[in-house]
Design a binder for this molecule. Structure first.
Ligand SMILES: NC(=O)C1=CN([C@@H]2O[C@H](COP(=O)(O)OP(=O)(O)OC[C@H]3O[C@@H](n4cnc5c(N)ncnc54)[C@H](O)[C@@H]3O)[C@@H](O)[C@H]2O)C=CC1
Ligand SMILES: N[C@@H](CC=O)C(=O)O
Ligand code: NA
Length: 816
């Protein structure tokens, strides 16, 4: 059997409670799970506030009302009218008791820890009672359990210690007597020998789950929360942080002790004692595997597992000769602090024993100093100890992982990353277990430090790119062939692995974090893929949360464009040969670039202009190095270029267009090439990249087609019209030939104006000599003034385009 624990957000609304019950329903109900619940999100805070207000003699009615409303709204939404009454009645009794307690606090102006525990217990009791009743609509065997009766503790209110033997016996007996029930147990609350309510500390519901799991020797303890497990660093600080599939109990403890609020650290202990795996899962992305915490962790090639941090701490420095050789000194100091419940985060001691530095929460610092002054009064008076000093505005950063002790050079890597980034280290501590190296730095440096250290330790991983590919047509298919051919070379020579972790076309989609086979992808997709849904594909891609993820758009569709923004915001790079995104409104183009930059990911679209030819890159480098573009002249339609180069002699226009399509030069809809739209998009993208905020309507286009062809409603009709208008094209050709010229469709950008015109040019023109699907572009700039910089070559076709996409992919994460 399993123990499932759902946190505050998971029980925080009617919608989320429905999800929770669906997840419970999906369990194997033959072996009844135990479901441990937290208070609804926000309720514990409201109760704490209400209690503190009462103590100060202030009004707390609004708080009570908010709590009541929160619960009653759920009852009205999720229970049929006939079933609501008993729940309302019971909750009203709870609220009356609560009000009496608050009234008493208000009268006495005194709030003991014992009373506070009693008050807080109503959060879990209300949510669990309510949810167990909602659950009973679905599973008849649902039963409410006030967990405080089964977890027995000492009388350390607020942070009680569990009497394990007694607790396990009570839980076992109770479970045995109720084997046919699905138990819904209140988390967080417990009781002492006298039956008074105690609590297990903030986050204690996780601990409740572990205690039940250990007592019942559960197969698994699942902690359902609102994040995708434990990550390599706080994702709010490090955009590239990713979820860890597995951790040992110690690693999880170290990571969660410092910062990562994903799980309450003491939870690990009961699970560890009985070797029960803990799984951290996301209620809102249940398909995501989450993080397994267990003893037989697979060996991993990660040098460290993660970086944890505490945003704000203070340190206290003690110096003086009084400490030298006095064995009892630190014992006295730290037992004093522990007796007074001051949690010491980290300690360093100089080898000369002249000084001790330790870190505490800022709110504890002044109290700690007062205690020290009292305890060491004699030493201070005799000048054997200097007055203790406090330093504030500091943070702790720690690298954590069991591999550290086997791998030399870990601290070197840590300190060189900090040093390179100009981060000053105030103090250092290495856990004796070597699972953890901690440094104290200035608070202002924390974000930079965590990012720099994350890069330093996870760069090897950077070399695995996880690509999610949209489109399996002409370009998509060719890309897969090229990847397949080139994979061994990249692994051998560049330490680079490109994994295709998702494929989607208009019919089917498939995702696999392990990577799909490039030998067999077509069969996999068609026979094992699910029905395509772009939104779901994108959601699942995000849910997999793989490092170095790249979304590759090889379609000609508008549909994917609206997802780019959210993809960047999920720290996923985008590579696209689809021009629709960059050539729609300017504001969107701008936002893509800015968002990619904000989230530290790449947005590459070299193939938007001239297929694989280095045009976008060249322009970018000119601009970045401070050159100014005066003029761009270009032939950028591979299709039209091919047509003009081959529509000569006896060749017919219609046949030449067909050939261009068969050779893979045209857009999926060849009308886009011939009506100039595709060329317009390219010029617009170039102009924008050159710094002009233009819109499509600012581009002037000469039309080369007769009216009837322009109006053709389908591709078939279009071809019919091309045939029917053969004489129009013949005339054009003959006119040019008679003057010794060739036809060229040329785009020009100058002074922020863009136009595309049909021209007849003679052999003195630099664009006269072209063949095949050649594109040519000439940049006249401040530095390339009298002789322009020219890029020329095939600008269409599956091989050259896929190659351009390929190059963009392998540049992700490596170019600036
Ligand atoms: N052919 C060339 O020389 C060049 C092409 N390109 C661009 O390459 C892109 C792809 O062209 P082709 O491969 O020739 O097209 P295609 O028509 O052969 O393939 C398009 C693929 O996209 C998929 N698709 C379309 N809409 C989708 C959607 N909403 N969700 C998921 N999948 C969808 C289709 O199922 C198909 O697999 C176009 O944007 C084109 O402008 C860019 C430079 C050069
Ligand atoms: N259809 C396009 C292909 C490249 O973008 C062209 O003909 O140029
Ligand atoms: Na290009």
């Amino acid at each position: 059997m399993k123990v499932l624990k759902f946190g505050g957000t998971s029980v925080g609304s009617a919608e989320n409670i429905k999800t929770l019950l669906r997840l419970v329903g999906e369990e194997n109900l033959q072996q009844k799970p135990v479901v441990v619940l937290s208070a609804m999100s926000g309720v514990t805070n409201l109760l704490t506030d209400a209690a503190e207000r009462a103590e100060r003699g202030e009004d707390y009615d609004k708080h009570l009302k908010d709590i009541e409303d929160k619960h009653f709204a759920v009852i009205r939404t999720l229970l049929p009218a006939a079933a609501q009454n008993p729940v309302f009645t019971r909750l009203k009794i709870f609220f009356n008791e609560l009000e009496d307690l608050l009234q008493a606090v208000h009268n006495l102006k005194e709030l003991s820890l014992q009373t506070k525990d009693q008050i807080l217990s109503y959060g879990e009791r209300c949510s669990t009672f309510m949810i167990s009743h909602i659950a009973s609509q679905q599973f008849a065997e649902a039963m409410y359990v006030n967990g405080s009766e089964f977890i027995k503790t000492d009388s350390n209110f607020g942070q009680a210690k569990v009497d394990t033997a007694l607790t396990e016996m009570l839980i076992k007996n109770f479970y045995a007597a109720n084997k046919d029930k699905v138990l819904f147990v209140t988390g967080f609350i417990s009781s002492n020998a006298a039956g008074r309510v105690t609590t297990l500390g903030r986050g204690g519901s996780d601990y409740t789950a572990a205690v039940w799991g250990a007592a019942l020797e559960a197969s698994e303890i699942e902690i359902w929360t609102d994040v995708n497990g434990m990550m390599t660093a706080d994702p709010r600080i490090v955009k590239k942080a990713f979820s860890l599939p597995e951790l040992s109990y110690t690693e999880a403890m170290e990571l969660s002790y410092f910062g990562a609020k994903v799980i309450y650290p003491p939870t690990m202990i009961p699970a560890f004692m009985k070797k029960i795996p803990i799984v951290i899962k996301n209620t809102f992305e249940p398909e995501f595997a989450g993080t397994y915490i267990k003893s037989d962790v697979k060996s991993s090639n990660l040098p460290i597992k993660g970086i944890s941090s505490i945003d704000h701490i203070s340190i206290i420095n003690l110096t003086g000769s009084g400490m030298v050789g006095k064995a009892g000194f630190s014992g006295r100091l730290f037992s004093l602090l522990s007796r007074e419940q001051i949690n010491v985060v980290l300690i360093t001691q100089s080898s000369s024993e002249h000084s001790i530095t330790f870190a505490v929460k800022p709110s504890d610092a002044a109290h700690a100093i007062a205690l020290i002054k009292k305890e060491f009064e004699l030493e201070l008076d005799a000048n054997k100890l200097a007055l203790p000093e406090i330093e504030s505005n500091l943070s702790v950063l720690a690298i954590v992982g069991e591999n550290m002790k086997r791998t030399p050079g870990m601290s070197g890597r840590l300190f060189s990353a900090l040093g390179r980034n100009g981060i000053n280290v105030r103090a250092i501590a290495q856990g004796s277990s070597e699972y953890n190296i901690s440094v104290i730095i200035n608070k202002d440096d924390l974000s930079k430090a965590v990012n720099a250290v994350h890069d330093a330790f996870f760069t090897d991983l950077k070399r695995t790119l996880n690509i999610f590919c949209l489109g399996t047509g002409n370009i998509g298919k060719t890309l897969f062939n090229q990847l397949k051919e080139q994979m061994p070379f990249l692994a051998e020579n560049n330490d680079l692995q490109v994994k295709v972790t998702g494929i989607c076309n208009t019919r089917k989609m498939i995702l696999n974090a392990e990577g799909l086979s490039l030998e067999d992808w077509e069969n996999e997709l068609n026979n094992h893929g699910e029905k395509a849904n772009l939104a779901t594909f994108v959601e699942k891609m995000k849910a997999l949360n793989l490092p170095n993820a790249v979304f590759v758009d090889n379609t000609a569709s508008e549909a994917p464009i609206s997802f780019y923004q959210g993809i960047f915001e999920s720290s996923i790079s985008v590579v696209t040969c689809n021009k629709k995104g960059n050539s729609a409104d300017y504001a969107q183009y701008r936002s893509f670039k800015d968002t990619a930059r904000t989230f530290g990911v790449d947005f590459y679209y070299e193939t938007n202009v001239g297929a694989g030819l280095p045009i976008i890159r060249t322009l970018k480098e000119l601009m970045m190095s401070g050159d100014k573009v005066a003029r761009i002249e270009a032939i950028l339609s591979g299709t039209i270029s091919y047509i003009f180069n081959n529509f000569k002699g006896d060749a017919g226009f219609y046949e030449t267009v067909k050939e261009a399509q068969e050779l893979g030069y045209t857009e999926p809809d060849p009308r886009d090439d011939l009506n100039g739209k595709d060329f317009m998009r390219k010029m617009l993208i170039l102009a924008r990249d050159a710094g002009y905020p233009l819109e499509a309507e600012n581009v002037k286009i000469d039309n080369i087609l007769p009216e009837a062809c322009l109006k053709a409603a389908s591709v078939d009709d279009f071809y019919k019209e091309l045939k029917a208008n053969a004489s129009y094209f013949e005339e054009l050709k003959n006119k040019a030939a008679s003057e010794g010229k060739v036809l060229r469709y040329i785009g020009k950008l100058e002074n922020g104006n863009v136009e595309i015109s049909l021209q007849m040019v003679d052999d003195s023109h630099p664009f006269y000599m072209l063949s095949g699907s050649d594109n040519i572009i000439s940049f006249t700039t401040d530095r390339y003034k009298s002789r322009p910089l020219v890029v020329k070559g095939p600008g269409a076709g599956a091989e050259v385009t896929a190659a351009g996409v390929f190059a963009d992919i392998i540049n992700v994460g490596t170019l600036s």
